[in-house]
Every structure is written in C-alpha cells, then in structure tokens.
Design a protein around this ligand. Sequence first.
Ligand SMILES: [Zn+2]
Ligand SMILES: [Zn+2]
Length: 239
Amino acid sequence: MSILRNVILNIRTGIEQLLPAQPCVLCGSMSHDGLWCAACDRALPYLEAAHCPTCALPTPRGEVCGQCLKHSPLFTRTAAVFGYAFPLDKLIQAMKYGDQLVLAHAFAEKLARCIDKTGLPDCVIPMPLHPAKLRERGFNQSQLLAAKIARELGLELLPHACRRVRNTPPQSTLPWKERKKNVRDAFRCDADLTGKRVALVDDVLTTGASLNALAEAVQKRGAVEISAWVVARTLPHNH
Ligand SMILES: [Zn+2]
Ligand SMILES: [Zn+2]
C-alpha cells in the first residue's frame, strides 16, 4: 500500500515539476506554488482562529461577538478565509474588476478547505448581481466562487434560485448605517427551499447587511439553516 502511495506521490511531484514556473501575482518571483508564492501566502492576512462563529469577527476566545448577541443575523454560521486587509484586498479587487477568474478558483479552493465538513448544507447559493450590473461586469464573482466550492465539496449549486430585484448602489460606497436600508427587499428567491440547509456565498462580508437580506429571502422560502461562506471578513480596524 505504501509503495503505491509513494508512486502516486512521485507522479504528482513529477507533474508539478513539469508545469512551468509562474511569476507570483504579488511579488513577481518565479515559483511552482500557484498564483502566489509560498512566502507571500504566509504573509496573507488569514483570519484568526478565534472568531465569532456567527459572523467571523475575531473575538478573544472565539465567543459570539457583541454585535451578534445584540442583533443576531439570520445566518447562523460564517466561514471566512481571510481578513479583508492588504494585500488580500487588492487580490479581491483584481478578481472583481480585473476579470481575474483564476483568482476566483484559487479563493474557492481555500474557502472549500476551511469549511466544517461535519455539517455540510444541502445546497449552495451565490450572492446574485442585478442583471444590469452583470451585463456591465460580464460575470458574477460570487457565482464563480460558489460553483467551484460546490464542485469541490460535492454539493448542489443553485445559481439561479435567487435574484437581485433592485439595482442598489454598491454597499462599499455607502456609510455602514445606510447599508441595511439599501439592501432591504433587494432579493427574491424563486426556489422552494423547504427544510433545506443553505450556504450563501459572497466575496466579502462587511456589515453583513447584504447577506442578511439574502438570508431573509431564502428563509421566506423555507430554508431552515443558513450559513455564510465568504473569502474575506472586513475587520473593524480597517475603518
Ligand atoms: Zn510572492
Ligand atoms: Zn459576530
């Protein structure tokens, strides 16, 4: 058995060595490590292990944060890979506005790895873009992330279950206080999700207003347990 494993390992190493080295998207040094090199990966702002289980905000002992105690969002768990800080923020912006689809794949692989495999949901739903924005951008980065994660984890993808029915200004352009109002009734869910456990996928969670509004839409259609899966969580000291 161990001989077989060694052969497989050697083949894999051989294949990796055959792949050409590529310049790291962050520092430019040549490596076989993927889009970014191992040294840059170690320097990325990975989210602290101790964080609020509901919204992924770092807390001293991993307890539920004050905000979630006061106003618990409709999603009950959040999985996030990174804090939304330099230079990760640049990579996310490159994914969204620079058409860097390979970045979406790399992020989705990371996110799939940090999801708790013991309580997987029944289906995965991406944060929808308004059709006007989709035309403008040409793709929905959340859908790319969700599709890749669903494939990695063997889960059902429901890419068209939800729609954004109001073309609202981007949340990032608004003060935090106005974000909840901005996305109120912005989403519709067309699928019957009775009894389903659902994971909602987005690139960044900041106030959680969009994800909460989307969670409300799927809850109305019967979803029983809603998780948020995001690449990055905005940390308060960024503001
Ligand atoms: Zn690098
Ligand atoms: Zn929280």
